[in-house]
Design a protein around this ligand. Structure first.
Ligand code: PLP
Length: 432
Protein backbone atom coordinates (compact mmCIF):
# COMPACT_ATOMS: atom_id res chain seq x y z
CA UNK A 1 0.00 0.00 0.00
CA UNK A 2 1.54 3.33 -1.08
CA UNK A 3 2.21 5.80 1.66
CA UNK A 4 0.81 9.35 1.62
CA UNK A 5 3.85 11.07 0.12
CA UNK A 6 3.81 8.75 -2.89
CA UNK A 7 0.16 9.55 -3.61
CA UNK A 8 0.38 11.75 -6.73
CA UNK A 9 -2.74 13.62 -5.64
CA UNK A 10 -0.66 15.24 -2.91
CA UNK A 11 1.54 16.81 -5.57
CA UNK A 12 -1.39 18.67 -7.18
CA UNK A 13 -0.41 22.36 -6.98
CA UNK A 14 -2.46 24.44 -4.58
CA UNK A 15 -4.99 26.98 -5.84
CA UNK A 16 -3.33 29.90 -4.00
CA UNK A 17 0.07 29.03 -5.42
CA UNK A 18 -1.29 28.91 -8.95
CA UNK A 19 -3.23 32.14 -8.56
CA UNK A 20 0.00 33.83 -7.48
CA UNK A 21 1.77 32.60 -10.64
CA UNK A 22 2.34 35.71 -12.83
CA UNK A 23 0.60 34.10 -15.81
CA UNK A 24 -2.59 33.44 -13.84
CA UNK A 25 -2.35 36.78 -12.04
CA UNK A 26 -2.26 38.52 -15.43
CA UNK A 27 -5.16 36.42 -16.66
CA UNK A 28 -7.16 37.32 -13.55
CA UNK A 29 -6.63 40.96 -14.47
CA UNK A 30 -8.31 40.55 -17.84
CA UNK A 31 -10.77 37.69 -17.23
CA UNK A 32 -11.61 38.12 -13.56
CA UNK A 33 -10.34 36.04 -10.64
CA UNK A 34 -13.40 33.76 -10.49
CA UNK A 35 -13.01 32.56 -14.04
CA UNK A 36 -9.30 31.86 -13.60
CA UNK A 37 -9.87 30.09 -10.31
CA UNK A 38 -12.59 27.91 -11.88
CA UNK A 39 -10.16 26.82 -14.62
CA UNK A 40 -7.55 25.96 -11.97
CA UNK A 41 -10.05 23.95 -9.93
CA UNK A 42 -11.17 22.01 -13.03
CA UNK A 43 -7.53 21.12 -13.81
CA UNK A 44 -6.92 20.05 -10.19
CA UNK A 45 -9.98 17.81 -10.32
CA UNK A 46 -8.73 16.18 -13.50
CA UNK A 47 -5.41 15.50 -11.78
CA UNK A 48 -7.12 14.00 -8.71
CA UNK A 49 -9.10 11.71 -11.00
CA UNK A 50 -5.81 10.66 -12.60
CA UNK A 51 -6.73 12.05 -16.05
CA UNK A 52 -3.58 14.20 -16.03
CA UNK A 53 -0.45 14.25 -13.88
CA UNK A 54 -0.04 16.91 -11.16
CA UNK A 55 2.76 18.40 -13.25
CA UNK A 56 0.27 19.00 -16.06
CA UNK A 57 -2.19 20.96 -13.93
CA UNK A 58 -0.69 24.37 -14.65
CA UNK A 59 -0.72 23.94 -18.45
CA UNK A 60 -4.17 22.32 -18.39
CA UNK A 61 -5.61 25.26 -16.46
CA UNK A 62 -3.91 27.70 -18.84
CA UNK A 63 -5.30 25.87 -21.86
CA UNK A 64 -8.76 26.01 -20.30
CA UNK A 65 -8.73 29.82 -20.10
CA UNK A 66 -10.62 31.59 -22.85
CA UNK A 67 -8.03 32.69 -25.43
CA UNK A 68 -8.21 36.25 -26.70
CA UNK A 69 -9.92 36.21 -30.09
CA UNK A 70 -8.78 37.00 -32.68
CA UNK A 71 -5.24 36.02 -31.68
CA UNK A 72 -2.07 37.81 -32.74
CA UNK A 73 -0.01 35.65 -35.12
CA UNK A 74 3.36 35.95 -36.88
CA UNK A 75 2.97 36.10 -40.64
CA UNK A 76 5.90 34.16 -42.14
CA UNK A 77 3.88 33.20 -45.22
CA UNK A 78 5.52 35.82 -47.43
CA UNK A 79 2.06 37.09 -48.40
CA UNK A 80 2.21 40.79 -47.55
CA UNK A 81 -1.55 41.37 -47.43
CA UNK A 82 -2.91 38.04 -46.25
CA UNK A 83 -6.71 38.28 -46.09
CA UNK A 84 -6.99 35.38 -43.65
CA UNK A 85 -4.42 37.06 -41.40
CA UNK A 86 -6.13 40.44 -41.29
CA UNK A 87 -4.46 42.10 -44.29
CA UNK A 88 -2.36 45.16 -43.31
CA UNK A 89 -0.84 45.18 -39.81
CA UNK A 90 -1.16 48.63 -38.24
CA UNK A 91 1.86 50.77 -37.47
CA UNK A 92 2.76 51.49 -33.87
CA UNK A 93 1.52 55.06 -34.42
CA UNK A 94 -1.86 53.80 -35.65
CA UNK A 95 -2.19 51.43 -32.69
CA UNK A 96 -1.34 54.27 -30.33
CA UNK A 97 -3.97 56.48 -31.98
CA UNK A 98 -6.60 53.75 -31.60
CA UNK A 99 -5.79 53.29 -27.96
CA UNK A 100 -6.00 57.04 -27.41
CA UNK A 101 -9.40 57.15 -29.16
CA UNK A 102 -10.77 54.15 -27.30
CA UNK A 103 -12.31 56.17 -24.51
CA UNK A 104 -14.28 59.37 -24.91
CA UNK A 105 -12.89 61.39 -27.79
CA UNK A 106 -13.67 64.52 -29.79
CA UNK A 107 -14.59 62.51 -32.91
CA UNK A 108 -17.66 64.69 -33.52
CA UNK A 109 -16.97 67.72 -31.36
CA UNK A 110 -15.04 70.94 -31.94
CA UNK A 111 -13.28 71.55 -28.63
CA UNK A 112 -12.71 75.23 -29.39
CA UNK A 113 -16.37 76.09 -29.91
CA UNK A 114 -17.89 73.26 -27.89
CA UNK A 115 -20.19 72.51 -30.83
CA UNK A 116 -20.80 69.43 -32.88
CA UNK A 117 -18.28 69.04 -35.71
CA UNK A 118 -17.96 66.93 -38.83
CA UNK A 119 -17.27 63.37 -37.77
CA UNK A 120 -13.63 62.37 -38.22
CA UNK A 121 -12.65 65.74 -39.73
CA UNK A 122 -8.95 65.28 -38.90
CA UNK A 123 -8.92 62.00 -40.77
CA UNK A 124 -10.76 63.49 -43.74
CA UNK A 125 -8.39 66.47 -43.78
CA UNK A 126 -5.39 64.11 -43.70
CA UNK A 127 -6.82 62.10 -46.60
CA UNK A 128 -7.61 65.23 -48.61
CA UNK A 129 -4.10 66.55 -47.98
CA UNK A 130 -2.59 63.23 -49.09
CA UNK A 131 -4.50 63.35 -52.40
CA UNK A 132 -4.73 67.01 -53.50
CA UNK A 133 -6.38 65.90 -56.77
CA UNK A 134 -9.51 64.99 -54.80
CA UNK A 135 -11.88 67.92 -54.33
CA UNK A 136 -13.64 66.04 -51.52
CA UNK A 137 -13.24 62.80 -49.57
CA UNK A 138 -15.35 60.50 -47.45
CA UNK A 139 -14.56 57.38 -45.39
CA UNK A 140 -16.82 54.37 -44.81
CA UNK A 141 -16.48 50.93 -43.29
CA UNK A 142 -14.65 49.14 -46.14
CA UNK A 143 -14.06 49.08 -49.88
CA UNK A 144 -17.24 47.14 -50.57
CA UNK A 145 -19.24 49.69 -48.56
CA UNK A 146 -17.70 52.52 -50.61
CA UNK A 147 -18.89 50.84 -53.78
CA UNK A 148 -22.36 50.11 -52.38
CA UNK A 149 -22.74 53.72 -51.28
CA UNK A 150 -21.70 55.01 -54.71
CA UNK A 151 -24.07 52.61 -56.49
CA UNK A 152 -26.98 53.40 -54.16
CA UNK A 153 -26.58 57.16 -54.15
CA UNK A 154 -25.71 57.59 -57.82
CA UNK A 155 -27.42 54.74 -59.66
CA UNK A 156 -30.17 53.15 -57.55
CA UNK A 157 -32.75 53.58 -60.32
CA UNK A 158 -30.27 53.74 -63.10
CA UNK A 159 -27.70 51.67 -64.93
CA UNK A 160 -24.07 51.08 -64.14
CA UNK A 161 -22.14 50.48 -67.33
CA UNK A 162 -19.30 48.02 -66.70
CA UNK A 163 -17.02 45.76 -68.71
CA UNK A 164 -17.61 41.99 -68.57
CA UNK A 165 -13.88 41.66 -67.97
CA UNK A 166 -14.17 43.51 -64.67
CA UNK A 167 -17.03 41.69 -62.94
CA UNK A 168 -14.79 40.07 -60.38
CA UNK A 169 -15.25 37.95 -57.30
CA UNK A 170 -13.55 39.77 -54.42
CA UNK A 171 -13.11 36.62 -52.34
CA UNK A 172 -14.98 34.22 -50.07
CA UNK A 173 -17.78 33.94 -52.64
CA UNK A 174 -18.56 37.67 -52.76
CA UNK A 175 -19.02 38.88 -56.29
CA UNK A 176 -19.00 42.48 -57.40
CA UNK A 177 -22.04 42.18 -59.71
CA UNK A 178 -24.16 40.73 -56.88
CA UNK A 179 -23.00 43.46 -54.53
CA UNK A 180 -23.87 46.19 -57.03
CA UNK A 181 -27.25 44.73 -57.95
CA UNK A 182 -28.17 44.40 -54.28
CA UNK A 183 -28.41 48.21 -54.27
CA UNK A 184 -31.18 48.29 -56.89
CA UNK A 185 -28.84 49.47 -59.63
CA UNK A 186 -28.97 47.60 -62.92
CA UNK A 187 -25.74 46.44 -64.50
CA UNK A 188 -25.27 47.16 -68.15
CA UNK A 189 -22.49 44.77 -69.11
CA UNK A 190 -20.39 45.63 -72.11
CA UNK A 191 -17.63 43.93 -74.08
CA UNK A 192 -16.31 40.44 -73.44
CA UNK A 193 -14.16 38.80 -70.78
CA UNK A 194 -10.92 39.62 -72.57
CA UNK A 195 -11.76 42.62 -74.75
CA UNK A 196 -13.81 45.74 -74.24
CA UNK A 197 -13.51 48.89 -76.38
CA UNK A 198 -14.53 52.50 -75.97
CA UNK A 199 -17.20 51.93 -78.63
CA UNK A 200 -18.74 49.19 -76.47
CA UNK A 201 -19.19 51.69 -73.63
CA UNK A 202 -20.38 54.47 -75.94
CA UNK A 203 -23.11 52.25 -77.42
CA UNK A 204 -24.44 51.40 -73.95
CA UNK A 205 -24.58 54.93 -72.59
CA UNK A 206 -27.94 56.69 -72.60
CA UNK A 207 -30.46 58.54 -70.47
CA UNK A 208 -30.62 55.66 -67.99
CA UNK A 209 -26.89 55.65 -67.27
CA UNK A 210 -25.95 56.43 -63.67
CA UNK A 211 -22.23 56.08 -64.15
CA UNK A 212 -19.54 54.07 -65.85
CA UNK A 213 -17.72 51.78 -63.45
CA UNK A 214 -14.06 50.89 -63.90
CA UNK A 215 -12.91 48.05 -61.64
CA UNK A 216 -9.28 47.20 -61.18
CA UNK A 217 -9.22 43.38 -61.40
CA UNK A 218 -6.84 43.22 -58.50
CA UNK A 219 -6.62 39.49 -57.85
CA UNK A 220 -6.17 38.04 -61.33
CA UNK A 221 -4.52 38.80 -64.66
CA UNK A 222 -5.98 38.58 -68.13
CA UNK A 223 -3.17 38.08 -70.63
CA UNK A 224 -2.92 37.41 -74.33
CA UNK A 225 -5.52 38.90 -76.72
CA UNK A 226 -6.86 41.58 -74.42
CA UNK A 227 -8.01 45.14 -74.49
CA UNK A 228 -9.45 47.38 -71.82
CA UNK A 229 -10.35 51.06 -71.89
CA UNK A 230 -8.31 53.28 -69.59
CA UNK A 231 -10.02 55.80 -67.31
CA UNK A 232 -8.64 58.64 -69.46
CA UNK A 233 -10.77 57.47 -72.40
CA UNK A 234 -13.81 56.55 -70.33
CA UNK A 235 -13.77 60.09 -68.98
CA UNK A 236 -14.59 61.41 -72.47
CA UNK A 237 -17.93 59.56 -72.63
CA UNK A 238 -19.90 62.36 -70.99
CA UNK A 239 -20.99 60.49 -67.84
CA UNK A 240 -19.27 60.21 -64.46
CA UNK A 241 -16.63 57.49 -64.18
CA UNK A 242 -16.40 55.71 -60.84
CA UNK A 243 -13.10 53.84 -60.50
CA UNK A 244 -12.77 51.05 -57.95
CA UNK A 245 -8.98 50.88 -57.72
CA UNK A 246 -9.04 48.34 -54.90
CA UNK A 247 -5.74 48.56 -53.13
CA UNK A 248 -5.74 52.16 -51.91
CA UNK A 249 -2.38 53.36 -53.18
CA UNK A 250 -2.56 57.13 -52.88
CA UNK A 251 0.28 57.81 -55.33
CA UNK A 252 2.22 55.59 -57.77
CA UNK A 253 4.66 53.01 -56.34
CA UNK A 254 7.48 52.20 -58.80
CA UNK A 255 7.65 48.68 -57.35
CA UNK A 256 4.05 48.08 -58.52
CA UNK A 257 3.86 49.73 -61.95
CA UNK A 258 0.50 48.13 -62.87
CA UNK A 259 -1.26 49.07 -59.65
CA UNK A 260 -3.55 52.09 -60.06
CA UNK A 261 -3.39 54.89 -57.48
CA UNK A 262 -5.92 57.50 -56.41
CA UNK A 263 -4.03 60.57 -57.59
CA UNK A 264 -3.33 59.30 -61.11
CA UNK A 265 -6.85 57.90 -61.51
CA UNK A 266 -8.44 61.22 -60.55
CA UNK A 267 -6.07 63.11 -62.81
CA UNK A 268 -7.07 60.77 -65.64
CA UNK A 269 -10.62 62.04 -65.21
CA UNK A 270 -12.39 59.70 -62.77
CA UNK A 271 -15.22 61.51 -60.99
CA UNK A 272 -14.92 59.22 -58.00
CA UNK A 273 -12.34 56.72 -56.76
CA UNK A 274 -13.16 53.97 -54.28
CA UNK A 275 -10.49 51.98 -52.42
CA UNK A 276 -9.71 49.95 -49.32
CA UNK A 277 -7.79 51.26 -46.33
CA UNK A 278 -6.22 47.96 -45.28
CA UNK A 279 -4.48 46.93 -48.47
CA UNK A 280 -1.50 48.82 -49.92
CA UNK A 281 -2.30 51.96 -47.93
CA UNK A 282 -1.35 49.86 -44.91
CA UNK A 283 -4.07 51.20 -42.61
CA UNK A 284 -7.19 49.92 -40.87
CA UNK A 285 -10.15 48.33 -42.65
CA UNK A 286 -11.91 51.28 -44.27
CA UNK A 287 -13.46 52.35 -47.55
CA UNK A 288 -12.09 55.51 -49.13
CA UNK A 289 -14.14 57.69 -51.47
CA UNK A 290 -12.30 60.50 -53.24
CA UNK A 291 -13.28 62.86 -56.01
CA UNK A 292 -15.82 65.36 -57.24
CA UNK A 293 -17.20 67.61 -54.47
CA UNK A 294 -20.87 67.35 -55.55
CA UNK A 295 -20.77 63.58 -55.89
CA UNK A 296 -19.03 63.10 -52.54
CA UNK A 297 -21.61 65.40 -50.92
CA UNK A 298 -24.45 63.29 -52.36
CA UNK A 299 -22.85 60.18 -50.88
CA UNK A 300 -22.29 61.83 -47.52
CA UNK A 301 -25.93 62.98 -47.36
CA UNK A 302 -27.45 59.64 -48.41
CA UNK A 303 -29.28 57.85 -45.57
CA UNK A 304 -27.24 54.70 -46.20
CA UNK A 305 -24.05 56.61 -45.33
CA UNK A 306 -25.08 56.42 -41.67
CA UNK A 307 -25.17 52.62 -41.80
CA UNK A 308 -21.75 52.41 -43.41
CA UNK A 309 -19.91 54.97 -41.31
CA UNK A 310 -16.45 54.26 -39.98
CA UNK A 311 -16.06 53.95 -36.22
CA UNK A 312 -13.87 56.22 -34.11
CA UNK A 313 -11.08 53.64 -33.80
CA UNK A 314 -10.85 53.28 -37.57
CA UNK A 315 -10.82 57.03 -38.05
CA UNK A 316 -8.04 57.39 -35.48
CA UNK A 317 -5.91 54.63 -37.02
CA UNK A 318 -6.47 55.95 -40.53
CA UNK A 319 -5.42 59.49 -39.57
CA UNK A 320 -2.24 58.16 -37.94
CA UNK A 321 -1.51 55.99 -40.99
CA UNK A 322 -1.91 58.97 -43.30
CA UNK A 323 0.36 61.15 -41.17
CA UNK A 324 3.12 58.54 -40.75
CA UNK A 325 6.11 58.49 -43.11
CA UNK A 326 5.75 54.75 -43.71
CA UNK A 327 3.74 51.66 -42.73
CA UNK A 328 4.63 48.03 -41.90
CA UNK A 329 3.03 47.07 -45.24
CA UNK A 330 5.27 49.44 -47.15
CA UNK A 331 8.33 48.28 -45.20
CA UNK A 332 7.49 44.63 -45.96
CA UNK A 333 6.93 45.36 -49.64
CA UNK A 334 10.19 47.23 -49.98
CA UNK A 335 12.29 44.99 -47.70
CA UNK A 336 15.83 44.44 -49.02
CA UNK A 337 16.33 40.73 -49.87
CA UNK A 338 19.97 40.93 -48.73
CA UNK A 339 18.81 41.98 -45.27
CA UNK A 340 16.18 39.21 -45.19
CA UNK A 341 18.92 36.73 -46.07
CA UNK A 342 21.16 37.95 -43.24
CA UNK A 343 18.27 37.68 -40.78
CA UNK A 344 17.48 34.14 -41.92
CA UNK A 345 21.15 33.12 -41.60
CA UNK A 346 21.46 34.63 -38.13
CA UNK A 347 18.27 32.85 -37.12
CA UNK A 348 19.60 29.51 -38.37
CA UNK A 349 22.96 30.04 -36.63
CA UNK A 350 21.22 30.84 -33.35
CA UNK A 351 19.17 27.65 -33.42
CA UNK A 352 22.21 25.68 -32.19
CA UNK A 353 21.73 21.93 -32.61
CA UNK A 354 18.30 22.48 -34.16
CA UNK A 355 19.94 24.63 -36.80
CA UNK A 356 21.12 21.47 -38.55
CA UNK A 357 17.55 20.80 -39.66
CA UNK A 358 17.18 24.33 -40.94
CA UNK A 359 18.36 25.73 -44.24
CA UNK A 360 18.33 29.26 -45.58
CA UNK A 361 16.74 29.33 -49.02
CA UNK A 362 15.68 31.95 -51.55
CA UNK A 363 11.93 32.19 -52.09
CA UNK A 364 9.27 34.39 -53.61
CA UNK A 365 6.86 36.60 -51.67
CA UNK A 366 3.67 38.04 -53.13
CA UNK A 367 1.56 41.12 -52.45
CA UNK A 368 -1.68 39.19 -51.92
CA UNK A 369 -4.93 40.50 -50.50
CA UNK A 370 -6.25 41.53 -53.86
CA UNK A 371 -3.27 43.38 -55.18
CA UNK A 372 -0.61 43.17 -57.87
CA UNK A 373 -1.28 39.55 -58.91
CA UNK A 374 1.68 39.34 -61.30
CA UNK A 375 4.29 40.79 -58.96
CA UNK A 376 6.90 38.45 -57.44
CA UNK A 377 9.20 39.75 -54.72
CA UNK A 378 12.56 38.04 -54.16
CA UNK A 379 12.88 36.97 -50.56
CA UNK A 380 14.66 34.57 -48.18
CA UNK A 381 13.27 31.98 -45.84
CA UNK A 382 14.27 29.66 -43.07
CA UNK A 383 13.36 26.21 -44.40
CA UNK A 384 12.43 23.48 -41.90
CA UNK A 385 11.04 19.95 -42.13
CA UNK A 386 7.31 20.05 -42.94
CA UNK A 387 6.43 18.51 -39.56
CA UNK A 388 7.21 21.87 -37.95
CA UNK A 389 4.19 23.45 -39.64
CA UNK A 390 1.47 22.26 -37.30
CA UNK A 391 3.16 22.80 -33.92
CA UNK A 392 4.29 26.27 -35.01
CA UNK A 393 0.77 27.13 -36.20
CA UNK A 394 -0.84 25.97 -32.98
CA UNK A 395 1.83 27.37 -30.64
CA UNK A 396 1.86 30.69 -28.81
CA UNK A 397 2.24 32.94 -30.65
CA UNK A 398 1.10 31.03 -33.72
CA UNK A 399 3.76 31.18 -36.47
CA UNK A 400 2.36 30.76 -39.98
CA UNK A 401 4.67 29.68 -42.79
CA UNK A 402 4.15 28.16 -46.20
CA UNK A 403 4.61 24.48 -47.04
CA UNK A 404 6.41 23.87 -50.31
CA UNK A 405 7.74 20.53 -51.60
CA UNK A 406 7.75 18.89 -48.18
CA UNK A 407 9.46 21.82 -46.41
CA UNK A 408 8.08 24.56 -44.21
CA UNK A 409 9.30 27.94 -45.41
CA UNK A 410 9.36 30.78 -42.92
CA UNK A 411 9.63 33.83 -45.20
CA UNK A 412 10.93 36.76 -43.13
CA UNK A 413 9.60 39.55 -45.37
CA UNK A 414 6.50 40.26 -43.26
CA UNK A 415 8.02 39.34 -39.91
CA UNK A 416 9.15 42.41 -37.95
CA UNK A 417 12.91 42.07 -37.29
CA UNK A 418 12.28 42.33 -33.54
CA UNK A 419 10.20 39.12 -33.76
CA UNK A 420 13.10 36.97 -35.02
CA UNK A 421 13.82 35.93 -31.42
CA UNK A 422 10.20 34.84 -31.00
CA UNK A 423 10.48 32.67 -34.11
CA UNK A 424 13.72 31.17 -32.79
CA UNK A 425 12.06 30.31 -29.47
CA UNK A 426 9.02 28.82 -31.23
CA UNK A 427 11.23 26.60 -33.43
CA UNK A 428 13.27 25.46 -30.43
CA UNK A 429 10.06 24.54 -28.54
CA UNK A 430 9.08 22.17 -31.35
CA UNK A 431 12.45 20.44 -30.85
CA UNK A 432 12.50 16.76 -31.83
C1 PLP B 1 -10.48 44.46 -52.10
C2 PLP B 1 -11.33 45.00 -53.16
C3 PLP B 1 -12.67 45.34 -52.91
C4 PLP B 1 -13.28 45.14 -51.55
O1 PLP B 1 -12.73 45.96 -50.58
P1 PLP B 1 -12.93 45.59 -49.02
O2 PLP B 1 -12.18 46.66 -48.31
O3 PLP B 1 -12.36 44.23 -48.85
O4 PLP B 1 -14.38 45.64 -48.77
C5 PLP B 1 -13.41 45.85 -53.94
N1 PLP B 1 -12.88 46.01 -55.17
C6 PLP B 1 -11.60 45.72 -55.45
C7 PLP B 1 -11.07 45.96 -56.82
C8 PLP B 1 -10.78 45.20 -54.46
O5 PLP B 1 -9.51 44.89 -54.75
Amino acid sequence: MPDGTADPRRRVPRTDALLADPVFAAAAGTLGRDRVKAAIVRAQQRARRGDITPEEVRDAALADLPAPAPRAVLNATGVVLHTNLGRAPLSAAAVEAMVAAAGHTDVELDLRTGRRARRGRDTLDALAAAVPDAAAVHVVNNGAAALVLAATALAADAEIVVSRGELVEIGDGFRLPDLLESTGARLREVGTTNRTTRADYAAAIGPRTGFVLKVHPSNFLVTGFTSAVPVRELATLGVPVVADIGSGLLAPDPLLPDEPDSASTLRAGAALVTASGDKLLGGPQAGLLLGDADLVERLRRHPLARALRADKLTLAALAATLHAPTTPTREALHADPAVLRERAERLRDRLGEDGRKAEVVPCVSVVGGGGAPGVELDSWALSLPERYAEPLRTGEPPVLGRVLHGRLLLDLRCVPAEADGTIRAAVLRVGD
